[in-house]
Design a protein around this ligand. Sequence first.
Ligand code: NAP
Length: 420
Amino acid sequence: MKNFRLLTITHKTANINHIGQYIPTVNSDPKALATRLHQIKEHFQMEELLYMATCNRLTFFFIREEPSTENFVLDLFSRLHPGIPIHCLGGVQDVIARYNGVDCVRHLFEVAASLDSLVVGEREILRQIREAYEFCQQEKLSGDQIRLIMKMAIPTAKEVYTRTKIGENNVSVVSLAVLQMLQHEPPKDAKFLVIGAGQTNALVIKLLGNKGYSNFTIFNRSLKKATYLASQVNGKAYTLDQLSEYQQPFDVLICCTRADRPTITDEVYQQIIGKDTQTKIIVDLGVPGDVHPKVVQNNEVHYVEIESLRRLAEENLARRMNEVEAASEIVGERIEEFRQNVRQRRVERALATIPSKVKGVSDRALNGVFKKEIQSLDPTSKELLERVVSYMEKKYISIPMMVAREVVEEELNREKEEKK
Ligand SMILES: NC(=O)c1ccc[n+]([C@@H]2O[C@H](COP(=O)([O-])OP(=O)(O)OC[C@H]3O[C@@H](n4cnc5c(N)ncnc54)[C@H](OP(=O)(O)O)[C@@H]3O)[C@@H](O)[C@H]2O)c1
């Protein structure tokens, strides 16, 4: 595990509004993202790579001999963002957290279990980490070692959610955003303009529906998704291109897409607001933000974005503190188990060479050392001899595997006893 390295920018190290600037523009284009990550992996001679970008973190976990120096971090980010002058990325060293060795594994387990989330107890992160892993696995960025980590991180997170009450009441970034938005008391017949029809906005609409809101007009890059989401709530669907021509009044603007720049520029906002002077509520959950800062500066709006959820997030954390302690204990136990798995896997890998070696000995005996004598045998004796050799090959192969497993188990039991 000594070559395990993790670099991350999270809500703990940076203002969430700034995290988006470190997420590469290719993030929403899986093919281009995979190409970029392969270039990075190859250039820095990483054995394996796991990449994850969510609404409150950007994470690289990789296996590499060299430690992650400041220059390395800068080099990595300039390769992640080709075309951006190096001085614009200079601040990255101030917002990045670095982990090495087993601490990387601990961090990934804690992330999966939502212990490192802005909203502790949210389950969304489990889906995100799983999707990030599946992407890296399909693209052959990750390999056996990351597979071992994920094989344990995901069940550990599920165990945390089932054995503790950390995920009680389905808390999430979205639920806190809706809560904060409701503090501005939109009327029950409020008209919602929804920009983006992805999973996040689907959840926003579901929660609003539960609160009795029902007037939704949905705009999305592709009409198909907008239509689907609108059909769930009896709403109207349009493409994003039609937004600037939309002239109907609205009360709340909900924005969340994966676009790499604001979909709601001041110009677009002026077009949709027309002569309406009433204060609007804007909820912007995109990372980077979907609403240009000028919209907030130049207009009468109540603005809800992820960074502004910190106070509610802290209140949420305070309510779940006991559960966090219980969850950390579970993570600690699973880290120990993971260490054992790594050892076992190392032994298995070393032992994986045994079958071909044993086969080599048999081949040499049959076709070299005893070739002449075997040639003089009758067919029945020859066949018997081959069966005996094949039988012994299999047995010889299984013996060291069994012994090694027993030795590893004994060693682990001894360690456990010593710790008691
Ligand atoms: N999941 C969470 O808990 C959570 C919470 C807060 C914020 N967020 C943030 O929300 C954002 C969206 O996440 P998601 O899970 O909802 O994503 P998603 O399900 O993949 O949906 C992405 C949405 O963005 C649209 N989109 C993608 N690229 C676009 C572009 N270049 N221009 C305009 N629209 C574009 C997609 O339109 P098409 O249908 O046409 O592809 C789709 O509506 C991310 O930045 C994420 O970090 C997520």
